[in-house]
Design a binder for this molecule. Sequence first.
Ligand code: PEP
Ligand code: MN
Length: 274
Amino acid sequence: MDIRYIAKDVDKNKGVKIKDIIIGNGDFTIIAGPCSVENSEMIISTAQHVKSMGAAMLRGGAFKPRTSPYSFQGLKEEGLDLLKSASEKANIPVVSEVMDPRDVERIYNYVDMFQIGSRNMQNFSLLKEVGRTDKPILLKRGMAATIEDFIMAAEYMAAEGNDKIILCERGIRTFENMTRNTLDLAAVPILKKLCKLPVIVDPSHGTGVRDLVLPMSLAALAVGADGIMVEVHPDPACALSDADQSLSFDDFEALIKRINQVKEHFLDIREGCL
Ligand code: PEP
Ligand code: MN
């Protein structure tokens, strides 16, 4: 594999800095928030809840890549405004998706990290456009992308000058239909070995099933992920997108408690295996 620009050298593996947090420095980072920003109240209450539970970053989609053009497409600019004020109110940095190279400039001032979604992992003009900025990028694996395709997508951005990249395993399409996607956890140690970029796991999109988010989060911790990104909603049954996989505030609290119970042990034992 022809890797020229993304961090290859283990000594350079100091993680990616986003405001005053670092992802990939040996700790296990939690990014949490709703699939979509729906209104002011829900994004503020979610921001405050996840922050109080120890999440380092808030997620929330304003531009939504929906499979059907007739599904809720996100609040767009209004969503970005709401996300930014929730971020300021709860004092937590935010990540949100950019879908179009023409939107990179206007989204730049609203987010602390760009998200490139699964459906855009090989949108090369978008990769190059965010690669020309100095903002950290969360790159999600394409649902039909090999690990090499995934690394090469990161390479596109790094070749433009931006190597502040965090990779996110979010499941791939297989014949299995008990889950929305098949979460490829073996990709985590493989990616870390091949390119040393921080790697996080999204067990929400990776399974599509609320009850699987906790076990797969623990599994992500065990295999060496630098963190997880999970969907949390104040009232999951009424979520405008991804209701079945969203955690309630209580579910999220239970998840964080469980992670905190086992975190130190796993961080210890996984050292030396990676
Ligand atoms: C998301 O995280 O908001 C999302 C749409 O996920 P994915 O791109 O992995 O489908
Ligand atoms: Mn979602």
